[in-house]
Structure formats: structure tokens, C-alpha cells
Design a protein around this ligand. Structure first.
Ligand code: GLY
Ligand code: MN
Ligand code: MN
Length: 432
């Protein structure tokens, strides 16, 4: 059944809110310029609970002894459907997406006071969208104004994300299946870009190879602005211009993932434009690859989230010593953070509907412990910005290797498959 996992998630949230009421709007359509819109992207929390793709929609979950799951959405509109295409309308949406009730979005503000009256708590993501905050405060005040009629406004406003984030951090079977497909598509995109790469090309030509493969295989597009950075551009962590020619002897770093059914993949590969790693490129690449292997080996249930970063960092810092970027003991260099000019980000993050997915990393003062079903990225890097402290032959080298993994019962499952070792990369780039 199409709506089964979503109805199950709504049921879990209803349990979490007791006799409260939760309000979960989807994202607005966003203007790009004048009357042109960005492609529509729903809100991730709304999608997690509904799978409903249209804008102008909101879920209301009314907890208590007889819990109700309600959708407000656009009405059918024959004329608008000629211009903009199909819309479900409340009746068909209720049926297809398994809600108990569904109403026209235009009725939401009028119905909201009655839905929140006499509930102990109102759960909402305050501060995300001021237009929604205003609607909700308006409904609270409308209930308060009826106090003498015996209506009670919720005494507490609770953070909806605090209830949903722990759920989102563990992927269920449907999510795992989609994320594996997204990873397969993104892996094919990276392999395609490697295979197509030739000296004389520009960064945007490789971006086009990725976009082609993502769309050809049914992904909705990129999950985030792709980075295609030749040479020293790779040392700029958020480089997205992708407009430079590629140097014949340079490395190119591509950080790109597709979005499929709302879920992100997130892969980085770094490879030589020529198809063959030079000696120094090889030495630097092997360090990052070894750091990634150490990180992957440190991902297991019970390990604190930070453990795999620490494992990667030790290998990277030893590599910095071997490359004569730093001198001293690894422990001292880690303690003094002397490595930071060359490695300044964490080794990964949660992955899911958002590329930097929902969920805390700490619980109180302690790092969250990994448990089976979590999805995360493993992405060590080494960035040797041109400068006085970097030996001449290493200047401008930026390398990151990023894969996606699920925590399993006894370790982790790296489920991205783009060519990763030097031998694999050189093989897919071979011209003969
Ligand atoms: N592509 C975003 C990241 O790697 O975190
Ligand atoms: Mn990432
Ligand atoms: Mn990435």
C-alpha cells in the first residue's frame, strides 16, 4: 500500500504527542525571479509523514483517545489543472494517502482553533516560517478568546522537530530501499563523469555528465548544488561556480549526489583530469583513502558518533607528517589542532531526506551512540591551499573521498559504489 509507511510514522508521532496536537505544513513555492519559480520541493518533515507531493498543504495530527490524522490540501480546480497539472483534491488525497479526514487548504485557518482547543500541548516547528507562526498564534488567540465558552488553549508549545528528529535518524525499510537506489544512481553519475573526463574540458562539462545520468535514471535532480572543482578550487569547501577550465595535470574534485523520492545521496570523488595520478597526487590520495578506511572500520553500534572522525583524523595527521606538512607527534598535533589548515571539517553527518539530515549529534555533553539503521557519510579530506607552509609540489591539491553508509548490527554497510581506489579510477578513465 502506497501510504503504509507514512501512516505508520504518523501513528508513531501520535503516540509521542499523547493528547497534544501537531501541525506540520509543507514548504511554500518559491519565486526565483519575477514570475518564474524554483522547482517545487516539499518540506522534509511533511514528506516523511505523508508522501504527499503538492504545495499548499498541512497535516494536523490530533492526539488523545481517538487520534485523528487530517490533511488540508488544494481543492480540485479544472482550470488550474489545465495550466499546472493534476492535483488530488481532498477526497482523493485522503484515500490515496491514508488520512482519516481531508479538507480544502482554504478552510485551514477557520478550522484550526477547534482542532487545537482543549489539547494539552501544541507541537509545531516554531521559527521556520513566520507566516505559519502567525497563523498558529492567531489560532491560539482565537481559542483564548473563547475561554468563557469553556475552551482551553494548549498550555505548552512543543518543538515538533524534537519529536520527529530521533525517528528520522533511523531509516526504516522503505527509506533504506530508496537510499540504496539513490546511491546507485549517484555512483553511476560519478563513474560517468570520470569516464567522460578529458584534458581540455571545463568543470561545467563534468557537471553536465552527472546531471544527465541522474535524470536519465529517474532521480529528480541534484540533492544539493554540485561541486566540480578543478585544481585549487578543490580547497574551497563550498565551491559551486563550476565554470573554470580543467588543468591537464590537475585533480578534479566532484561532490555531487542525486535526490530520489526526496532522499539524498552524497558522494565525493577526486581524480586526475589526465586519467593517471602523478606521484604526489597518488601519495596524497592514498592518505585520504587510508583515513576513510580507518573511519569505516570505526563505525559500529555503540561507538560514539565522533569515533569515526577521530579514527580518520589520526591517519590524516600521520599523513601530514609523512608529507612534511607538519612535524611532531600525532597526539600533540591533534591536541594543538595544528592539522586544521589542512583538514577543517568533520568526517561526516547524518544523511536522509536532507543531505545534512535531521537529528542531534550530542545528547547532553555526550556524542550520540551509533545504532543500527542510522545513515551517515564518511568523508575525510586533505586540502593543501597554496601557501608558504605547503611544499611546492603539493600546492593546490584538494582531495576528499565521500561515501554513504548504514550502521548495521555489527559494523556498517557502505552502499555507494563509484570507483574509489586509484586502480578503480584509472581503470574507468582508461581510453584504450
Ligand atoms: N555535499 C555536502 C557535504 O558533503 O556535506
Ligand atoms: Mn557530505
Ligand atoms: Mn558531499
Amino acid at each position: 500500500m502506497k501510504h503504509e509507511p507514512y501512516a505508520g510514522r504518523r501513528g508513531a508521532l501520535l503516540e509521542a504527542i499523547g493528547d497534544g496536537v501537531a501541525i506540520i505544513p509543507t514548504a511554500p513555492e518559491r519565486v526565483r525571479n519575477r514570475d518564474a519559480h524554483h522547482p517545487y520541493r516539499f518540506d522534509s518533515y511533511f514528506w516523511y509523514l505523508s508522501g504527499f507531493p503538492e504545495p499548499e498543504a498541512v497535516i494536523v495530527l490530533v492526539g488523545g483517545k481517538a487520534p485523528r490524522s487530517i490533511l488540508f490540501c488544494r481543492e480540485k480546480n479544472a482550470e488550474r489543472e489545465v495550466w499546472d497539472g493534476f492535483r488530488y483534491g481532498p477526497d482523493a488525497a485522503r484515500e490515496a494517502f491514508g488520512f482519516d479526514e481531508a479538507y480544502a487548504f482554504s478552510e485551514f485557518e477557520q478550522k484550526l482553533p477547534d482542532l487545537i482547543a482543549n489539547r494539552s500541548a501544541l507541537w509545531h516547528a516554531l521559527g521556520v516560517d513566520t507566516a505559519w507562526d502567525t497563523k498558529i498564534v492567531g489560532a491560539l488567540n482565537a481559542v483564548r478568546a473563547q475561554a468563557r465558552a469553556g475552551k482551553r488553549a494548549p498550555a505548552e508549545i512543543r518543538d515538533l522537530h524534537a519529536a520527529l528528529d530521533p525517528m528520522r535518524r533511523h531509516k526504516d525499510a522503505q527509506e533504506v530501499a530508496i537510499m540504496r537506489r539513490a546511491a546507485a544512481i549517484a555512483s553511476a553519475g560519478h563513474a560517468r563523469a570520470m569516464h567522460a573526463c578529458r584534458p581540455g574540458m571545463a568543470e561545467y562539462e563534468l557537471e553536465a555528465e552527472l546531471t544527465h545520468e541522474f535524470r536519465k535514471r529517474g532521480a529528480s535532480g541534484h540533492a544539493y548544488s554540485p561541486i566540480v572543482a578543478g585544481g585549487r578550487g578543490a580547497c574551497v569547501l563550498h565551491y559551486i561556480e563550476n565554470d573554470k577550465p580543467l588543468g591537464d595535470n590537475a585533480l578534479v574534485l566532484i561532490d555531487a549526489g542525486c535526490e530520489l523520492e526526496g532522499y539524498a545521496s552524497d558522494i565525493t570523488r577526486t581524480f586526475p583530469v589526465s586519467g593517471r595520478f602523478s606521484g604526489v597526487q597518488r601519495a596524497a590520495y592514498e592518505i585520504v583513502l587510508a583515513a576513510q578506511s580507518a573511519a569505516i572500520a570505526a563505525i559500529r553500534p555503540g561507538a560514539p558518533f565522533i569515533a569515526y572522525h577521530d579514527a580518520a583524523l589520526r591517519v590524516l595527521v600521520q599523513g601530514m607528517v609523512d608529507l612534511k606538512l607538519l612535524a611532531g607527534s600525532v597526539d600533540d598535533l591533534i591536541a594543538s589542532e595544528a592539522y586544521k589548515p589542512f583538514y577543517m571539517h568533520r568526517t561526516g553527518h547524518w544523511l536522509g531526506l536532507d543531505v545534512h539530515d535531521a537529528g542531534d549529534y550530542k545528547s547532553g555533553d555526550d556524542w550520540v551512540s551509533l545504532t543500527p539503521g542510522m545513515a551517515l557519510t564518511v568523508e575525510p579530506g586533505l586540502y593543501l591551499r597554496p601557501g608558504a607552509d605547503v611544499p611546492e609540489e603539493l600546492q593546490g591539491i584538494g582531495i576528499r573521498i565521500e561515501d554513504d553508509a548504514f550502521v548495521t548490527t555489527d559494523g556498517c554497510d557502505v552502499y555507494t559504489t563509484a570507483p574509489r581506489t586509484i586502480a578503480e579510477i584509472e581503470e574507468v578513465m582508461r581510453r584504450d
